[in-house]
Design a protein around this ligand. Structure first.
Ligand SMILES: *Cc1c(COP(=O)(O)O)cnc(C)c1O
Length: 445
């Protein structure tokens, strides 16, 4: 074996557990992280890594055509290729938001479309790694794993159900009843997961799934399981690759359970260690005001983190008051001087719709990040020459109901400044022609 990876304690960097052990926390109760034998990885020069990754990117050689598995040596170096469960995740488009950027005065604005993926969110990146590892453990016969379980605000369950269905593994999902979108609910149902809608919130589901998975027959798939972070961190590799190995100045990323912002930092730290890049971008973690415990801690100079009871928000996938990965996220944000911003329901709704008018089709979480970006621009913190990336976490089509409510003016408490309502008319030439002409006149003004 040329390369090696194992679990260690994420706080202390100590300890060693093999990746085929069923373990989610260190004996101290802290989170684990996947460590790699970096000295072995550094045997290859940065130029050689770049050549290898470029040769695989979006080609047809399975599994390396996947954006995640194209970086296999950095992810799970020793899993046999035939045990990998991939749905060709990653390699998502990096949208040059030219028109929206010009409106804001940020010409070099890009949206990383992580939602343009098999199940419509970035969760696919982590789930391919976790389900592949489970598949490998089941095949090796070391453990009696009967199924995989997660708590979810909608997108984790969709991803888990799809990857498990592709591999023929039983999946169990715990959802807060009535708090996820209809599209997100139908995804695990369609993929034949045992779908449990519970009378609680996400934080309640998260507590329950941790209790359930004390029985090792049921493997835990939430992002406190650090295998998922290994897939998600490839977002950093990919952004840099898509900019021809240059690091952008800013990244805005929505945060809920805070696994993804931790993953982003891990990716950038590794790229530096490999010598592929030399700096970490300014990262801004963006929360909905309705579920903002990280923002409150940041405003308090990181002195004191207190969980909150998350309130209702359009950004339902980040409606989390007690984020599991907070210690990892805070450690990285503190180390690199990262920032945290929040957005109100009005701000995120308008930012979503305003960017949609320039050709995007954003989910509300992306709207949170866009609203945060607008605040940074208005405060003059971003220079016109800066390159800015917004991480779009899910596909807007999953949130069609929320988007429709915005445009119809039926979102409670929201005055939709960018509403575009359908015009109902008799099917008659004059009426239609007049409506078109009225619209043209208005657009000319
Ligand atoms: C899961 C999710 C997030 C938040 O990611 P965390 O790792 O929980 O911070 C943001 N947006 C969408 C659409 C998600 O599904």
């Amino acid at each position: 074996m040329r390369y090696d990876a194992w679990f260690r304690d994420a706080d202390s960097g100590m300890g060693r557990w093999e990746l085929d052990e069923i373990i989610y926390r260190s004996p101290t109760g802290g989170l684990l992280e996947v460590a790699h034998d970096m000295s072995a990885l550094k045997q290859l020069s940065p130029a050689a890594w770049i050549r290898l990754w470029e040769g695989r990117y979006k080609r047809t050689q399975w599994p390396f055509s996947s954006g995640v598995w194209g970086k296999k040596e950095m992810v799970l170096p020793n899993i046999p290729d035939e045990d990998i469960v991939s749905l060709d995740e990653g390699g998502t488009n990096l949208f040059w938001a030219e028109r929206f950027g010009r409106e804001l005065g940020v010409a070099d604005l890009w949206v990383k479309q992580c939602g343009v993926s098999h199940t419509g969110s970035f969760k696919d990146l982590g789930m391919t790694v976790l389900v592949s590892q489970v598949n490998h453990m089941i095949k090796s016969g070391k453990h009696q794993i009967m199924g995989v379980a997660c708590a979810s605000t909608g997108d984790t369950s969709a991803a888990l159900a799809a990857y498990c269905a592709a591999a023929g593994i039983t999946s169990v999902v715990l959802l807060p009843r009535g708090k996820i979108s209809p599209a997100q609910l139908i995804q695990p149902i369609a993929n034949n997961a045992l779908t449990l809608a519970l009378d609680t919130d996400f934080d309640g589901c998260m507590r329950l799934v941790q209790q359930l998975t004390e029985d090792k027959k049921l493997y835990l798939a939430n992002s406190m399981n650090s295998l998922r972070i290994e897939g998600q961190k490839t977002i950093s590799y990919e952004i840099v690759q898509q900019f021809d190995w240059e690091v952008p100045d800013w990244i805005f990323i929505p945060g809920g359970n805070l696994g993804n912002v931790s993953a982003l930092y891990k990716g950038f730290e590794e790229l530096i260690e490999l010598g592929v890049t030399t700096r970490i971008p300014q990262i801004v973690c963006c929360q909905a005001e309705a579920a903002n415990p990280l923002y409150l801690a940041y405003k308090n100079q990181w002195r004191d983190f207190k969980p909150v009871v998350a309130q209702e928000t359009q950004a339902s996938a980040i409606r989390i008051g007690d984020p599991v990965s907070r210690s990892k996220a805070i450690k990285a944000l503190m180390k690199h001087g990262g920032k945290v911003e929040q957005a109100s329901e009005q701000e995120l709704a308008d930012a979503t719709a305003r960017a949609d008018r320039t050709g995007l089709f954003n989910c509300p979480h992306t709207g949170v990040a866009l609203a945060a970006l607008i605040k940074f621009v208005e405060r003059g913190e971003i220079k016109a020459s800066h390159r800015v990336v917004v991480i779009s976490t899910a596909h807007g089509l999953k949130f069609g109901n929320t988007k429709a409510d915005y445009h119809m003016g039926t979102l409670p408490g929201i005055v939709p400044r960018y509403a575009n309502r359908p015009v109902e008319l008799p099917a008659e030439r004059t009426a239609v022609y007049d409506a078109v002409m009225r619209h043209m006149d208005k657009s000319m003004k």
